[in-house]
Design a protein around this ligand. Structure first.
Ligand SMILES: Nc1ncnc2c1ncn2[C@@H]1O[C@H](COP(=O)(O)OP(=O)(O)OP(=O)(O)O)[C@@H](O)[C@H]1O
Length: 288
């Protein structure tokens, strides 16, 4: 399900311009949306989910225009949204909570609800703890409950906002593997400031900076942005004064620095293969 965003601007009541003339095309499959805190990612997600009205511009999702009541309704039927801060009822079990949300979403048939919830609990690997209260769940387990609630109506478009923040490494990997699996026949839009989550799950991405589009394309293209601009320098002295130090590792009596810079930051610097993080940081420093 393709998303077409054109010339989207959102100015909040206090004058903050969270999105500034943003145009973007999101194809089907898994798609990453990267940006620093405050770049406008949540605002964009909330507009796509129909929770915030843009100041100007147009959004068309799967051929449905969000500016019309019919368009919004059609999109709501095909959309699952996992917000950054999903509120849950801590005294309910995972199964009861999902049942409650399913009712709110209009799944009236009790037997269909029961079947769907059992399926989803299995999908997110929570069947064993389905009848335990949510207050005993870890952050990662709660995020998986969140994904299950977003999938209740089997949406064609799944929007997930910063889903791995605060998770331990094992849960992060489990969660992003789950999202990749879900992307098989859906569009999954993953908003995050964790570059590695995008590197490990997406082929294409967009980067937002201060409400504007800084990049849109393949992961490979963004990595290439830092081609011949990444260096390692091993020195007993201070960090190179040129470029951006992205890693520092003790080595022997000195340090090994990884530096993103347009030229060698030191006469002894050696070129290194760029990663997506290098491409992203280089883009942030120098622009598209
Ligand atoms: N309801 C609001 N009223 C006023 N300003 C807002 C509102 N919501 C967000 N903002 C501001 O809009 C800008 C973009 O915020 P947004 O939450 O969309 O960015 P983000 O990229 O999702 O950041 P984060 O990762 O921190 O959530 C920020 O400057 C933020 O302070």
């Amino acid at each position: 399900m393709r998303i077409d965003v054109s010339r989207l601007t959102k100015t909040y009541k206090d004058g903050t311009r969270a999105l500034d003339d943003l145009s973007l095309v999101v194809p089907a499959g898994m798609y990453g949306l990267l940006g620093a805190n405050g770049a406008g990612k949540t605002t964009l997600m909330r507009i796509l989910a129909g929770l915030v009205t843009p100041t100007s511009g147009r959004v068309v999702i799967g051929g449905h225009d969000l500016a019309t009541a019919e368009g919004r309704l059609a999109v709501q039927r095909t959309l699952g949204y996992l917000p950054q801060d999903l509120g849950v009822y801590p005294d309910l079990s995972a199964r009861r909570f999902l049942d409650y949300i399913a009712l709110l979403k209009g799944l009236h048939s009790r037997s269909r609800r029961r079947r769907r919830i059992t399926e989803l609990l299995e999908l997110v690997a929570l069947s064993d703890v389905a009848d335990r209260r949510l207050k005993g769940f870890s952050g990662g387990m709660l995020r998986r409950v969140g994904i299950a609630q977003a999938l209740l109506a089997d949406p064609r478009l799944l929007i997930v906002d910063e889903p791995t923040t605060g998770l331990d490494p094992e849960e992060r990997i489990r969660f992003r593997t789950l999202m990749s699996q879900l992307a098989g026949d859906r569009t999954v839009l993953l908003s995050t400031h964790i570059v590695d989550d995008v590197a490990q799950t997406c082929r294409s991405l967009a980067v937002l900076a201060k409400g504007r589009l800084a990049f849109q394309g393949s992961v490979r293209e963004l990595v290439a942005h830092a081609h011949q601009r990444v260096w390692t320098v091993t020195t007993p002295g201070p960090a190179p004064a040129v470029g951006r130090v992205v890693a520092a590792l003790p080595e022997g009596a000195g340090m090994r620095y990884r530096v993103v810079a347009p030229g060698p930051p030191d006469p002894l610097a050696r070129p290194a293969e760029p990663t997506l993080e290098d491409g992203y940081l280089d883009l942030m420093d120098t622009g598209p």
